[in-house]
Design a protein around this ligand. Structure first.
Ligand code: ADP
Ligand code: MG
Length: 275
């Protein structure tokens, strides 16, 4: 197993629970990182394709998708489309992904399809002396299936969105034990980048309690930035736009900008420690 190249940094947005903010974070963190100068690729690995839709890629316009990439029919480079956000591209998904697991189940490289595709993309950029992406964000489906395993084998680290609700921590231990298994068998470099609390409602005592509990249990793994529940964030996808393009000033957009800075800072710290 080859060592993952340093650049791009590959972050998997994963949590087997649905509706916790993975896709919203992929779209808006991706946009925020691009807005502060990073070159970002969002890879949509959810058959629902909501990250692709939220980034303005119409369903009729997904001739090549992550299904084609993972089934070996095209390169990642061929599936990538530009978005309305400068420096932000997306590899869209379609419902075809639902059938992929069965199709590749007996292949030896089934867990490494995405990793190989990302490595080929980096090599192609190097050959043609093009500036490569600096961040790749992988939007995972709400399940610990082979798609998520592909994301975890391709990633340097995992970013876990947790919704500020009563059962926030439920399921986290299962996710963390999957991370340990992937580390032990598929990707020794995998680390936990951080946990981002989403849909925080300051008027709600429960939200405040959840933030306290999660910080107490998970410590420094939890980002300082908490993403507020914000109606502008939930409206934006219906316009095919990230919240940052729809309403840059809203509290959700501003929080995603802070999260992006925090992530870049964590990356710098990692680099300093490694150096
Ligand atoms: P997941 O990808 O984990 O299933 P989503 O990102 O699709 O979760 O979010 C689930 C729902 O919650 C969506 O309808 C989304 O618009 C909404 N949502 C996510 N984050 C926020 C937020 N910060 N404020 C308001 N609504 C949000
Ligand atoms: Mg999603």
């Amino acid at each position: 197993m080859s060592i993952l190249p340093r650049s791009p940094r590959v972050l998997a947005l994963a949590n087997q629970k649905g509706g916790v903010g993975k896709t919203t974070t992929a779209i808006n963190l991706g946009t925020a990182l691009a807005a502060i100068g990073e070159r970002v690729l969002v890879i949509d690995l959810d058959p629902q394709g909501n990250a692709s839709t939220g980034l303005g890629i119409d369903r009729r316009n997904r001739d090549l998708s992550t299904y084609d990439v993972l089934s070996g029919d095209c390169s990642l480079e061929e599936a990538i489309q530009e978005t309305a956000v400068p420096r932000l591209a997306v590899a869209p998904s379609t419902m075809d992904l639902l059938g992929l697991e069965l199709e590749i189940a007996s292949r030896q490289d089934r867990a490494f399809r995405l990793r190989n595709a990302v490595a080929a993309l980096a090599r192609a950029a190097e050959r043609s002396k093009r500036a490569d992406y600096t961040y790749v964000l992988v939007d995972c489906p709400p399940s610990l299936n082979l798609l998520t395993i592909n994301a975890l084998s391709a990633a340097h680290s995992i970013l876990v969105p947790l919704q500020c609700e009563f059962f926030a921590l439920e399921g986290l231990s299962q996710l963390l034990s999957t991370v340990e298994q992937v580390k032990a068998s598929l990707n020794s470099e995998l680390s936990i980048h951080g946990i981002v609390l989403t849909m925080f409602d300051s008027r709600n005592n429960l939200s405040n309690q959840v933030v306290e509990d999660v910080r107490e249990t998970m410590g420094d793994a939890v980002y300082e930035t908490v993403i507020p529940r914000n109606v502008r964030v939930s409206e934006a996808p219906s316009y095919g736009k990230p919240a940052l393009l729809y309403d840059l000033k809203c509290s959700g957009s501003q929080a995603y900008l802070r999260l992006a800075s925090e992530i870049i800072q964590r990356e710098r710290n990692l680099r300093t420690v490694a150096a």
